[in-house]
Design a protein around this ligand. Structure first.
Ligand SMILES: [Zn+2]
Length: 365
């Protein structure tokens, strides 16, 4: 859960967001859909929906549509429009943020995405605001620019493609780079000011599902449109720091469980429950297909009373459908206890190993 403190810009705000991202293993580039190269970012799911994108610091960086960009750009003054939408440059020494020495965050003037932080700003003597690093490399896209008979690297907002300036290799340590900005492309928020919603990280929610072997369940949850991260692990047992071997021994009480961190604005808990029931058979007691033992039991471990109500109502409704006529759903619904992430070799197992996965794709229409 993103703590409210991270929503207001504080001295440690950026770092808090980074730490949070690391803690939740936001792994945008680590889980390619089969058929895609690692590092490629999927833009569509198997059902044809746009796949939302999240940065390492937990911001929604899904590219905005042309229509949405045009709408936002229509509100800009003519000079800001020329610079951000037509790759213009403001005269040196004139920008309003050149001499700004206050602590705070520089966001995209068009879409509000945080782009640069005061802690990376330096006086380059060029007449344009300069930074040695972006706030998050995922937020600033680099594009080759061959205008004016030169080869330069243009920088754009990764979410709305607003032109920001250029980046050069003559900056100070630690990066040796100089991000040369137009003040007009940026809007500054001083430390302590409340940022607007479009400039805040995603407020995530966490859900836990046990449905037999976690490899396939994790694989497909990771592909959910609005799922930020899925992690394999062990839960609801009575031993601390369990290993795979301990859990296989059938005596720790843990279930192989997948932790799903999601963006509730993009995907509902209900949709996750539906996907979970597509992926496994909730009528099998303490087993799932060939995998037998209580570590393979079916379980939903809720993190709020609202999730508990929704899960129980969903199971009641499913029990009435023809799919489950004459077969009792045995899924346990319990309050989430400590989640123990599984060993690294279990994470992203299907995509890393290339092994085929026989469970049904819950996102296919
Ligand atoms: Zn933008």
């Amino acid at each position: 859960m993103i703590r409210p403190a991270a929503l207001v810009l504080t001295a440690g705000g950026a770092l808090a967001a980074m730490a949070l991202a690391a803690a939740t293993r936001i792994a945008l580039h680590q889980n390619p859909i089969p058929g895609q190269e690692a590092g490629e970012v999927p833009t569509q799911t198997s059902s044809g929906q746009i796949q939302p994108r999240y940065s390492k610091s937990a911001y929604d960086i899904t590219p905005l549509s042309k229509e949405r960009i045009a709408q936002l750009a229509a509100a800009l003054d003519p000079e800001t429009y020329r610079i951000t939408q037509k790759a213009g440059t403001e005269p040196p020494g004139c920008g309003t943020l050149l001499d700004n020495k206050k602590e705070g965050m520089y966001v995209c003037v068009v879409c509000g995405l945080p782009l640069f932080s005061s802690e990376h700003k330096f006086d380059s003597g060029t007449g344009w605001p300069s930074f040695h690093s972006p706030f998050d490399p995922d937020h600033v896209a680099e594009v080759e620019d061959r205008s004016y008979g030169m080869v330069r690297t243009e920088i754009e907002c990764a979410r709305c493609t607003a032109h920001l300036g250029h980046v050069f290799d003559d900056g100070p340590r630690p990066t040796g780079r100089r991000h040369c900005l137009n003040s007009a492309s940026l809007k500054f928020f001083e430390k302590g000011e409340t940022l607007p919603p479009e400039s805040r990280p995603v407020e995530t929610e966490t859900a836990y599902f046990a449905g037999g072997c976690f490899w396939g369940i994790e694989h497909y949850f990771q592909q959910g449109p609005g799922v930020i991260d899925a992690v394999s692990g062990y839960m609801q047992g009575h031993v601390e720091h369990p290993t795979y071997k301990d859990v296989c021994g059938d005596e720790t009480g843990h279930a192989e469980t997948v932790k799903v961190v999601f963006d509730p604005k993009r995907i509902s808990y209900r949709r996750l429950l539906e996907a979970f029931f597509v992926m496994h058979d909730p009528t099998q007691l303490n087993r799932q297909g060939p995998d037998v033992g209580d570590q393979y039991r079916s379980g939903i471990y809720f993190t709020s009373d609202k999730q508990a109500e929704e899960a129980r109502a969903f199971i009641r409704q499913q029990q009435e459908t023809s799919r489950f006529r004459g077969r009792k759903i045995v899924t346990e619904v319990e309050r989430a206890e400590t989640f123990w992430p599984a060993e690294e070799y279990h994470q992203d197992y299907v995509s890393k190993s290339g092994r085929p996965c026989h469970i049904a794709d819950p996102w296919k229409k």
